[in-house]
Ligand binder design. Structure first.
Ligand SMILES: [Ca+2]
Ligand SMILES: [Ca+2]
Ligand SMILES: [Ca+2]
Length: 244
């Protein structure tokens, strides 16, 4: 009786961990940086520009950009022309090699224009632009540290998240939300404002992620390994006690 109850508890715990990922919104594109610039969920494969390369990242390998002419380029596609009807979310891991100042993270907007969306760093802080509205975070992004950054737009509001914590939110109005620009990771539409450092697991969604959905993207793999290890340890302790 005791072991059956324990097994039920363990099963629920493990299913919760698995379900934490599967029940949430799916990205339309994921550039994992695992040795190539391919989109592992959509058809929006990228190409490397400059001497962009790969290094050990947060999840497998990551894009490594030297801040001088390096970025990832993705051809325009209708699936990337997101609208206020669907919303948009951008999420990724970054680890700046030097103190970030003005650095594009993901860009699908004409530089200085109002026809798309971007997530970048300005004045060392996270920023998202959707159409004509911009919002800036409050925390200075550190260099040499993994930070998870995300920006969401639900058709009404833009919200920024740093490491799963909400940074800022503001109402946004969108006039024109589609363009023929190349999508770029690590530079703007003219190749300027380059990012210097590591970018990993870049995800683009055609919906607004919730706070809890952003939260599921944040734990680093070592955190999952620790959680899984803890459950296995607990199970073995309960199992041994039940069979004494
Ligand atoms: Ca990766
Ligand atoms: Ca370079
Ligand atoms: Ca287009």
């Amino acid at each position: 009786m005791k072991i059956s109850k324990t097994r039920t508890t363990i099963t629920i715990l493990m299913l919760s961990l698995i379900g934490a990922h599967s029940a949430y919104s799916a990205a339309i594109s994921l550039w994992s940086g695992n040795g190539n610039a391919l989109d592992s969920v959509g058809g929006n494969n990228g190409t490397l520009v400059g001497d962009t390369t790969f290094v050990t990242g947060i999840v497998g390998q990551a894009f490594s950009l030297d801040g001088d002419g390096d970025y990832i380029e993705v051809a325009d596609d209708n699936t990337l022309d997101l609208t206020s009807a669907t919303g948009v979310s951008i999420a990724m891991w970054i680890n700046p090699a030097s103190s970030p100042t003005s650095n594009r993270l993901l860009d699908k907007i004409t530089a200085g224009g109002t026809n798309g969306y971007l997530l970048d760093i300005v004045g060392g802080k996270l920023r998202m632009i959707v159409g004509s509205t911009l919002i800036t975070g409050t925390t200075t992004i550190p260099s040499g540290v993994n930070s998870h950054v995300a920006g969401t737009f639900d058709g009404t509001n833009i919200t920024l998240y740093l490491n799963g914590v909400q940074e800022a939110t503001a109402a946004a109005s969108i006039a024109n939300f589609a363009n023929s620009n190349t999508l770029r990771i690590g530079a703007d539409s003219s190749g300027a404002n380059p990012f210097h450092g590591i970018i990993d697991e870049v995800q683009l969604f055609d919906s607004a992620l919730s706070l809890s959905e952003v939260g599921t993207l944040v734990p680093e793999p070592s955190t999952y390994a620790f959680a899984f290890g803890s459950i296995v340890l607990l199970f073995s302790i309960y199992y041994k006690r039940a069979h004494r």
